[in-house]
Design a binder for this molecule. Structure first.
Ligand code: 3UK
Length: 516
């Protein structure tokens, strides 16, 4: 069943998620806690309006993209909704990428203005001369190097009042980049109504999010997953959200939970696995959520035994903005992604787009009004993913007689590593540039927790020996060239790669593990 949103003819998401709370008397409620700082909804509104006015003073117009390369701090909601409020389109960039990735994002989106955290600025310094459209760099949370503007100066003297731009529910609202196995990442265009749709469906009907909830997402705000968990779900009901700018490792996550006592905690399977290895308590958490990749039943079982709190695994995607199939707090099947979320519909189809029988595996298609309008400047890809009302997830699923969905794998070669996309082809292209590597293939392989990590099979050039030293060197090589999480956790040296008669690498055989 679809959900009828009934938004007014003119609708701006910043009004719904921020201004509404002040109008309805929640201006004094704490919206954001970050380290030792707290910000009310009124504080966030004032900051959002100042950012909006500051962007306007740089002549940023409706529809114009504004790039955000920010750690999770109180600046995030102010910058995000500040851009949205003037009808501009914030782009939430992944903070784990490399300079050349940012060059692509900035040129592809044509952003003229970038807000960047001081801790990430070095990435931009390296490529800023090569950008085609970038004109203004605003540095937040630290000193502004030459040629940039400090955030304090950017908003200095700007009014704390601002009227929302006359956007409609179907105007562009924000973009997230989504990576594919081949080709460049795709700017995924979300509309003003998409976040509201996710709040009314998954937010209210699965999470049961309430004003007295305190949310903490270990998954960062730049992920579609984190953006909902840490920003628009809490902001949909006037709840409080906790931001941790540091890297989400078990110690920092447990410490944040101890200090801020969240009621809703959002993580990814890899982190649940590593949190089980360390001391710490989940006291006060009423529900844990997992997404990004399938949560192994064994991690769930050990987690519930140890912490006495459930993890609701659900599948979401950047294209659908958030979770559309999920376990419910009171109805969890370990190893399953759960049941369809109210407001969404699912089909599982074969190669001819015919629905498969119950229990049979096929491609998962989803219908629901939080789906992206399309990919920026990628029409062919838009046509094969966004099929009218249906969206092709490229996931292989089956459904049992109770309506629970089970993840089987991807229709393409993409890997989910710690909940983040990794293209094996990108890792191969990187490895092959190393002088020792003659040929290589990268596939996903399960680790001891049964979570997928990249594994490389390498054929060496003459004169090189596949020893531990070279293995280490190749891993380091990938780490320096690509985002850190993409490096192969294992390297297997082979004399030749298994190939078909036509010379195609038999990835299937490599995945089977006979070559390990
Ligand atoms: C995979 C899962 C099995 C699946 C996301 C929650 O992960 C998110 O978005 P992405 O665009 O990736 C989407 C793809 O990731 N996946 C996600 N969750 C699960 N596979 N079980 C799961 N629970 O292949 C999907 O197509 O990075 C997650 C909310 C918003 C999101 N964007």
């Amino acid at each position: 069943m679809q959900f009828d949103l009934q938004l007014p003819e003119l609708f701006n998401a910043s009004d719904y998620f921020v201004d509404r709370h002040i109008r309805e008397g929640r201006g004094g409620k704490i919206a954001v806690k970050c380290q030792d700082r707290s910000f009310t909804y009124a504080d966030i509104q004032a900051g959002m309006n100042q950012v909006g006015n500051a962007l306007k003073s740089l002549n940023v117009r409706m529809e114009e993209r504004v790039a955000l390369l920010l750690l999770d701090t109180e600046i995030y909601p102010q910058a995000f909704f500040g851009a949205v409020k003037i009808g501009a389109v914030p782009i939430c960039l992944n903070t784990l990428m490399r300079p050349k990735d940012y060059l692509y994002f900035l040129n592809d989106s044509r952003a003229r203005v970038l807000l960047v955290d001081a801790a990430l600025y070095a990435n931009i310094e390296e490529i800023k001369a090569e950008t085609q459209f970038l004109e203004h760099i605003v540095v937040v949370n630290g000193a502004a190097p030459a040629g940039t503007t400090a955030f304090a100066d950017f908003i200095a003297g700007k009014s704390k009042e601002l009227e929302a731009a006359p956007t409609t529910p179907d105007d562009s609202c924000f973009w997230l980049y989504s990576s594919g196995s081949t080709g460049k990442p795709k700017g995924t265009i979300h509309l003003q109504h998409d976040m509201v749709y996710a709040c009314e469906t998954y937010g209210k009907q699965v999470l049961g999010i309430r004003e007295d909830d305190v949310c903490f997402s270990a998954a960062k705000l730049f992920f579609a997953y984190g953006l909902g968990n840490g920003l628009y779900f809490p902001f949909s009901v006037g709840a409080t959200t906790v931001y941790m700018p540091d890297r989400p490792v078990p110690a920092s996550v447990y410490e944040t939970i101890r200090k801020f006592k969240p009621t809703l905690y959002f993580g990814v399977p890899t982190l649940y696995g590593s949190m089980l290895q360390e001391e710490g308590s989940m006291d006060g958490v009423r529900l844990c959520v997992s997404a990004g990749e399938a949560l192994p039943a064994d991690i769930l079982k050990r987690w519930v035994e140890r912490h006495g709190v459930q993890i609701a695994d659900g599948i979401g995607s950047t294209e659908l903005v958030h979770i559309f199939i999920s376990n419910r707090p009171d109805e969890i099947k370990p190893g399953s992604s759960g049941k369809i979320v109210p407001g969404y519909e699912a089909r599982i189809v074969d190669e001819d787009w015919r629905d498969v029988a119950e229990g049979d595996v096929g491609t998962l298609l989803i219908k629901g009004d939080s789906a992206a309008a399309g990919y920026w400047n990628k029409h062919e890809k838009t046509k094969t993913t966004m099929l009218g009302e249906w969206l092709n997830t490229d996931d292989q699923y089956y459904r049992d007689k109770d309506g629970f969905f089970y993840y089987v794998g991807r229709s393409n070669d993409m890997l989910k590593v710690g909940g983040i996309w990794v293209s094996p082809i990108e890792v191969e292209a990187c490895l092959i540039e190393h002088p020792a590597v003659l040929e290589c293939a990268v596939v996903g392989s399960p680790d001891s927790e049964n979570l997928i990590k990249p594994k490389a099979f390498v054929v060496l050039d003459h004169g090189y020996t596949g020893d531990e030293k070279l293995e280490k060197e190749l891993k380091e090589y990938v780490k320096t060239k690509l985002a850190h999480y993409k490096f192969p956790r294992w390297i297997v040296f082979l004399n030749e790669l298994p190939k078909t008669a036509t010379g195609k690498i038999k990835r299937f055989e490599l995945r089977k593990g006979d070559f390990a």
